[in-house]
Design a protein around this ligand. Sequence first.
Ligand code: ATP
Length: 503
Amino acid sequence: MEAIVSLSKRRGFVFPSSDIYGGFNGFFDYGPLGVELKKNIRDCWWNDMVRRREDIVGLESSIIMHPKVWQASGHVAGFTDPLVDCKASKQRYRADQLFFSAVEVVNPEDNSKQIIGYVSALESENTAGDLQDKAESMKRKKAVRGNLVTITPRDMTEAKPEEIALIPSPATGEPGSLTEPRAFNMMFETHVGALRDESSVSYLRPETAQGMFVDFKNVVDTGRVKIPFGIAQIGKSFRNEITPRNFIFRSREFEQMEMEYFIHEDADWAKSHREWINWCKSWLISIGLPESHLTEYNHPQEKLAFYSKGTTDIMFKYPFGVQELWGIAARGNYDLTQHANASGVPHFIFDEATKKRYIPHVIEPAVGVDRIFLAVLCGGYAEEDVTDEKGNVEKRTVLRFNPRIAPVKVAVLPLLKNKPELVQRALDIYTRLKRRYAVFYDEGGAIGRRYRRQDEIGTPWCITIDFDTIEKDGTFTLRERDSMQQRRITEAELFALLEEAVY
Ligand code: ATP
């Protein structure tokens, strides 16, 4: 992770927000290469999800919506995470990310068990191991004889009231300062209009999805859609996360790509749900995520909201653990029903076949652009030993971005910068490529160094304009990032290659 965060900053992918003021926890800026990568991710999704399908239309709803939207959707009452305070350090923790265990010792003589204290640790890749180490250290410090019982981690939402006083705060290492978990609403509040009182409170949206439900009727009334159909939106969402972490994985301002797919109330929702899970997975592979890093997690029935029929997350193996990338939820007709009831505006679809009205059900694939961004960085990052023509071994850092999303598709390199014929020819090709693709012109430094610079930002191809180009057949050298192989290619062949790979 450290290498990826450092490369991101050094090469202009991601900067901490307000960096010169020391950053602002949970907020990030995307630099010159980052915006290109992010835009490509968005564009691929939009093209595949909306433009290339007959059954899905787009939407851009406002970020601040009528406060009644968030009351009807249940967010005002229930969009909460459990929060634990440490009164001593003033630190706050998400209760479901703070783990603890009793430290229990068995006396080998009479097999009696004794709890000698409690240990706690923040969720990590090795939470159980951390707790076990702390338990062993406690046993040593207290010089207790006997065998330690293997710890079983529980999170703070599972702590009994009498245990809370005994669990040490991760900030101070001492018990007595943690509070009982309480519900913390994650929506950012703001005031709309000149009055700043209760009546002017509104919210920055915590998801884009409600826009699709609230505009459902408007979209249906445009007459372009017929069940089954989807409404898709890309846009910023805001959540006052208690513990933003893992770089851009969990931030307070992020971007979502969500689609609500409306189906007949009697349709086979499980089939549609499965089709969308498969679609999302194939799409992730099409932009270059390694299939080996993708798994599925089915939310257990008892943890689902009462209206939910099923939720499956596509998980990605990040360096900090396997985590949710894309959630695909079957939400029944809960959202449309809520808005129909709260607004008094009916949300029915008329079934011509049965002559009956019904409220459609919905399948919702919801993903974060920033989480995909991080996944393609992590999945594509590699450090390799390479041997140059002289036999010297050196390290190369490479981002193996799929050409669809690579911020720069081709780097155009004249072999020598002091030969005007080479430079002119290179600039000509560069100009023609630039009309259609994001390309980069670089004439500075040894050719090998220029290749390395492009490897590090994930450029799939470099072309080198040399004397053969101007004196012979006009072909130039195409160097491939991953294989590092070189071959001669014509300009027409290069355009054909790009046409095939960048879509
Ligand atoms: P988590 O359990 O990780 O908090 P969630 O289940 O609350 O996520 P959803 O409400 O289903 O997430 O949001 C849909 C998608 O939006 C997630 O799968 C994720 O890709 C993205 N997302 C959610 N919260 C954040 C965040 N704080 N930062 C970046 N992306 C996020």
